[in-house]
Design a binder for this molecule. Sequence first.
Ligand code: HEM
Length: 289
Amino acid sequence: MTRLHRIIEIQRILVDQLNVLETMTALDFLDFRDMLYPASGFQSYQFRLIENRMGMNPGQRLLYNKESYYAPLKQEHQDLLRKAEEEPSLLRLIERWLERTPFLDFQGFDFWKHYGLAVHDMLEGDRKTIIANQVSSQEEKDAQLREVTANEENFSVILEEEKHRELMEKGRRRLSHKSTQAALFILLYRDEPMLHLPFRLLNALMDIDELFTTWRSRHALMAQRMIGNKLGTGGSTGYNYLKATVDKYRVFGDLVNLSTFLIPRSRLPELPDHVRQSLGFRYSPGGNK
Ligand code: HEM
């Protein structure tokens, strides 16, 4: 947690420093831009290393000049990056950790069945509220009811492994179904003592993902302000390339997406005593009993 918070603080500075750079006007930048050729951000192997260690999917990378992202880098750096692609990334380690969390074993209590029922009740409540609304027209109500049905479909992804697998095959999910369920459970029951630290860890990963995305987005806007639609010194389409990486290169998007499956605390299934007890901290003066 301490290291993750250090990373978060560094990322904040990285985003903030762009403000200083932006005090330079585009015309002033043109005075020396030609001197930069052929240097560019594409030469930063450390940036690529951070991406790979975080869990960037090599298959997701955008090609520029039909060349791999290795192309502008020295052989020794290419080797480092290949090695990092093969080693387990932070994303994969987090996935494994989530998959082996012991609290998914509810000892006879079918948590996901109860959660499914709570979701069903919540959505039925939404439907009743829409139908009883005296102000909306029938057309508006039909549109709102369709929204609820779409919402129901979204929820089915967390409950049905098959649907989750389909999204994984399309590259729209990175974490396994089991680890996604574990992460959702942590977010829902974070008030239980044993889950508090795991919750803070997941939250820190979401911060890192958001700050990385913020940097990409701010950097793309800054590049657009400086060079408009000109090509980058590294040979990419410049702003359009950078803008495309903002959404495409997210690593922990699955964690952020978990908010889709959150339900209000008041509707959360109550955990049986034996489960709650195993999620609490116990102190017994005579040692563990
Ligand atoms: C006037 C300021 C800047 C402009 C106009 C600019 C522009 C660009 C452009 C157009 C690219 C795409 C590659 C290319 O074709 O050249 C790029 C990539 C990159 N730049 Fe900058 N940049 C600026 C400042 C910075 C700063 C201050 C940093 C680091 C602190 C940075 C780090 C990077 C990195 C890491 C990449 C690779 C991004 C990726 O492939 O996802 N840039 N930059």
